[in-house]
Design a protein around this ligand. Structure first.
Ligand code: AMP
Ligand code: ZN
Length: 112
């Protein structure tokens, strides 16, 4: 199976990495939707957050904690948004779990 984000984990595809832990990696989104837009992923391949939460809830918690650490490191003191697009209706294009960390501007709710 060929997976873009597994390629980034392996170092085969370049990315601007901003933070790493033993089991997660965070890198800047190629097409940012906000002044700060970082993707946090588990190093291991899981298709979406529901899959990981089911098979390894502690690991899902690590990914969330990593997202919070990225927001802190990026100085998003005014708040930020975490997004985990899951499935086609949500517009998920890369089927390797990723949490979008978005910040640096005010954001409307609900999203479009
Ligand atoms: P999603 O729609 O939730 O699946 O989001 C996938 C995200 O991956 C999009 O925001 C893309 O801009 C981003 N993306 C795609 N390819 C790369 C890449 N090579 N490096 C960084 N971000 C990427
Ligand atoms: Zn993958």
């Amino acid at each position: 199976m060929s997976c873009l984000f597994c390629g980034i984990v392996a170092g085969d595809i370049p990315a601007t990495v901003v933070q790493e832990t033993e089991r997660t990696i965070a890198f800047r989104d190629l097409n940012p939707a906000a002044p700060t837009h970082v993707l946090v992923i588990p190093r291991d391949h899981h298709a979406n957050v529901a899959d990981l939460a089911e098979v390894d809830p502690a690991y899902a918690g690590e990914v969330l904690a990593a997202a919070a650490a990225v927001a802190r490191q990026e100085g998003l003191t005014g708040g930020y948004r975490l997004v985990a697009n899951t499935g086609d209706d949500a517009g998920q294009t890369v089927h390797h779990l990723h949490i979008h960390v978005l910040g640096g501007r005010s954001m409307s709710w609900p999203p479009g």
